[in-house]
Design a protein around this ligand. Structure first.
Ligand SMILES: [Zn+2]
Length: 208
C-alpha cells in the first residue's frame, strides 16, 4: 500500500471520504463525498497527515505557515509544529497564523496583527480540500497583499484536478491525495438509473 492508498483508507475510516449517491453543490450527482469536518475530530490522525505535508516541504525554508479559517487553523498549527521539529533548521521555529474571511466574504484578510507576522516572510499556505482552487488563490492574494512571499501550497486532498499553474506565482504545489470525482447531470447519473437512493444526510441531497 503506497502513501496515497493508506491516506485514502484513513480518510474513509474517519468518515471524511464517503461512498454513496450524493448531490454536489454544483447540482451534479456523484458517488464520493468529502466530509472534511470529520478529519478535525481526530488530532492524532491530523498530526500524522500534517507530518506528511511538512515532510514534503522539509527542504524549503518556511518562516510562517498560513491556513484559512476554519480548517486551515489546525492544519497550520500542526504543519508549523512539524517543520519546527525538522532537523537542519537549526532550531528555527516555524510560526502559524490564519487568514479570516473579509467582511463581504469574498476574500481573505489577516487580522490580529498577523499581517505584520508574514510581511517579508517566506510563507507556506495549507488547505484541507482543494476543489476549484478559488479559496487558495484568495489566500495567496491576501498573503501577497500583506507582503508575504508565498513559497508553496500544501493540501490534504486535491479533488478538482487543480494544477500548479492554477496558482499564480506558486512553484511548489503538493497534495497528499489526488481524487478524481466522477459527476453527472441528474439525467445521466448511473446511480439514479439504478435507483440508488440519494443520501439526504450529507451533501446537497438533503434539500431535495
Ligand atoms: Zn443520481
Amino acid at each position: 500500500m503506497d502513501n496515497q492508498e493508506g491516506i485514502i483508507k484513513l480518510l474513509k475510516e474517519v468518515g471524511a471520504i464517503v461512498n454513496g449517491h450524493f448531490v454536489y453543490a454544483s447540482g451534479k450527482h456523484g458517488e464520493i463525498y468529502i466530509n472534511k469536518d470529520a478529519i478535525y475530530l481526530y488530532p492524532q490522525k491530523l498530526y500524522w497527515l500534517c507530518l506528511l505535508i511538512a515532510g514534503h516541504f522539509s527542504s524549503v525554508d518556511v518562516d510562517v505557515v498560513v491556513g484559512p479559517v476554519l480548517g486551515g487553523i489546525p492544519l497550520s498549527q500542526w504543519v508549523a509544529y512539524h517543520l519546527s521539529e525538522i532537523n537542519g533548521r537549526g532550531g528555527k521555529e516555524a510560526l502559524a497564523v490564519y487568514a479570516e474571511k473579509t467582511e463581504d466574504k469574498n476574500g481573505f484578510i489577516f487580522n490580529r496583527g498577523y499581517d505584520k507576522v508574514i510581511a517579508g516572510k517566506r510563507v507556506l499556505i495549507v488547505e484541507d480540500i482543494i476543489t476549484t482552487g478559488n479559496s487558495a488563490r484568495k489566500v495567496i492574494k491576501a498573503t501577497h497583499s500583506a507582503g508575504g512571499i508565498v513559497i508553496g501550497l500544501g493540501a490534504l486532498v486535491n479533488r478538482g484536478g487543480a494544477k500548479i499553474n492554477d496558482f499564480c506565482g506558486i512553484s511548489n504545489f503538493f497534495s497528499l491525495v489526488d481524487l478524481k470525482l466522477n459527476s453527472w447531470d441528474e439525467s445521466d447519473c448511473p446511480l439514479c438509473l439504478k435507483r440508488v437512493p440519494i443520501d439526504n444526510k450529507i451533501g446537497h441531497g438533503r434539500a431535495l
